[in-house]
Design a protein around this ligand. Sequence first.
Ligand code: ZN
Length: 76
Amino acid sequence: MIPFNQAWPYDIVMNDVYVQECPFCGTGNVLLPIRPKELATIHSGKKKLLVFPCCSNRVTLLDSDSDYLLTDAVLR
Ligand SMILES: [Zn+2]
């Protein structure tokens, strides 16, 4: 189970990973610097540092499912 307050929804559009809104600065439609195929490696246990391009806030991605990224930060 993903703890909901550490999870954030994402979307895959074409071959890009987006979030509808940045959890830190509120910017809309943020393109994340990760590839969809990396989500599978994160799900299999490889942690990944994610830097939001809009505000340079950093989180570590711990897991993913088909809708949510699980991070090490409380996002809500
Ligand atoms: Zn941001």
